[in-house]
Design a protein around this ligand. Sequence first.
Ligand code: KG4
Length: 366
Amino acid sequence: MPDTKMNILGIETSCDETAAAVVRDGREVLTNVVYTQIPLHQPYGGVVPEIASRAHVEKIAQVVGEAMKGQRVDAVAVTYGPGLSPALIVGLNAAKGLAKSLGVPLIGINHLEGHLHSPFLWDAPEDATYANPDPRDLGPALGLALSGGNTMWIDMPAYGRYEVIGETLDDAAGEAFDKAAKLLGLGYPGGLKIDRLSQAWREAQVARGVRASALPFIPFPKGRPRDGVTALAGLPAELCVSFSGLKTALLRFVQQHPEAREEPELSRVVASYQEAIAQAVADRTRAALRRARCGALVFGGGVSLNSRIRAVLADVCREAGVPLLMAKPKYTGDNGAMIAGLAYYRRNHVADAMALDANPCLEVGA
Ligand code: KG4
């Protein structure tokens, strides 16, 4: 019998991962290759655009070649924004050349919209009974994208339609984690390290008999902008966060308490900082779920791996009576599968990407 399924190759180079994947019918990941540049950027404590661009150029052919090995490709999808311009250009040019030489359509995808597709990806054969529903059966949903560069609450009235209803006024959640880690000498990127230290601290406290509701957190600010409509984003303050005050509070605390840089106090400090971010996210999500008429919370982006944020959002969703849809851990960070997967659902609704330029400021829902 002829194979009527559609295989899409997705290419992602918006930041510091060179990634490509082949996904069948929008959900089943056939191949997934991610080359991370983190070690190249570590000495600088953050992503250096020129280094990122050069590394993408060096790796793109190998990564795409590996992802395509033995696979039929019916279309090529590529991230064309938002992200670092010199990095996006590498993936976009590779995708244009490949689509042309294969004689298949090219589909341009927004990176953040891609993150919100990651909860719908599954791997054969181990996920044959994967619980997350088909996105087209979802009805209206609330999207939450937390990554190194973005923090957004997105109303999705139907799958593939997006409207930003809340966002950060300054740092993204991942940036807030990374800057704290840098300040405390934990290296770059710091989200995962802070998560692990916090989890171990919490478990040790509970093992000592401290109730989970009475953990001795340092009361850092929860990043709530003043009430009303925010001047910067023009969005309701109750759906926006600001992490710059939290960062300053941490800096002051460390200046006043030099022991905060060392154990055992270090773990309490990072757990308190993480808790402030988690509670800020939970608070805005609760408000967004009240406002948006929605049947699920779709959670994506690198920070969606955070164990504490996952736990508090599970509580928020339980209270609201909506399912929480999250990606498998390996699809939380940047990858080509989320780009290929979303392209399947959007293939009839977006212009042919041959004419597209990289757009570092591409807006969600544009
Ligand atoms: O989505 P992503 O791979 O890249 C962007 O599109 O920005 O996200 C990377 C970010 C980094 O800031 C990293 O520190 C953060 O995700 N991150 C985490 C965790 N794992 C990665 N933050 C908190 N907890 C984690 N477990």
